[in-house]
Ligand binder design. Sequence first.
Ligand code: GAF
Length: 385
Amino acid sequence: MSTDNNKIPAFFRDFKAQFTVESPGRINMIGEHTDYNNGFVLPTAIDRSIRLHFSKNSTPSTCNVFSRTYEKSFSFDLKKISRSEETWENYILGVVNEIQKLGKEPGSFDCMIESDLPVGAGISSSAALEGGFAFGLNELFDLGLDRKTMAELSRNAEHNYVGTKCGIMDQYASILSKKDHLILLDCRSLEAKFVPAQFKDYKILLLNTMVSHSLAESEYNTRRQECEQVVKKIQEKYPEVSSLREVTFPMLQEFRNKLSEVLYKRAHYVLEENDRVLQAVEAIKTGDLDNFGSLMYASHAGLRDEYEVSCRELDFLVDFTKGFPYIAGARMMGGGFGGCTINLIQKDQVEEFISMAAEAYMKKYRIQLEAIPVLPAEGTHLIRK
Ligand code: GAF
């Protein structure tokens, strides 16, 4: 990576790291917007990541962070952490502060970051950054945090510092994944089952729309509130229900007339998506990739029509795959309103398909899409000591 030496803050010119942490992005095969409803998801880490080089420093409480990729840096005082105007700084400040809230005391440190994870593509560069800091500081100061705690505190950082009321999926997948496996995660109990990612001669291909509509954050929090409203209504008769996970289809039907059409659609999508995740796992285990692909398309239709978090660019790319017999399935991935589609496509057709999709997308939107083939990879880990 070439960075003009003048753009490196003086502090980092002779920087020597004690170790490096590799913190990956994530994909999600199916199970979207189910995590914060205590449901099921099927994500895994990928072979694209952020690398964070860490070292203790000798100041009493000053920490310095430099992103070599984006040529940005900032410093902060461990004793006076507060929210910043800069979103990327908040991911880091939030993690440090959430660690402190657990009664742990990270000391002063320097960290240089490099990344090959596109930002805003829905592959969770934010969770990778949070998890990388949680993991790195745990290692540097021997804080005794386990990986689940790192995922939870990273999610809390996002709630309290960034303001997105996200679920646990992204942080969990980035930190706890196992190479060549998917995680069937029960977001209610945080119990995880590792499912071998057996896709025969199919590959996982992401197509980045290169758009990120501004609705993403506000609508995300609205969806979460809408789901909570449904739960509240249903609790009037069934007080034991504490999330959409406990709501059954008959219960939802019973309340259909008491819910607005919009709220009904939101909840109906979530109930169906939870079922789809479990069916998808069976389909992988039995090698029924046609069925797996149909579940992906059904997931997309639900996100588009009932949960209403897709956008025309994502719909276009998913629809485009439908004429190709060598594509098992496709869907939008992540929070929505832009970012990537995830596609399951036969290995030997990948290159040809990418050029056709890129041409069609260019013709339609005048945008050069980015194609990202990915492999299920190991969660956050040390790469050099
Ligand atoms: C974003 C969130 F961060 C996740 O928690 C999850 O809700 C996802 O959107 C939608 O499934 O990535």
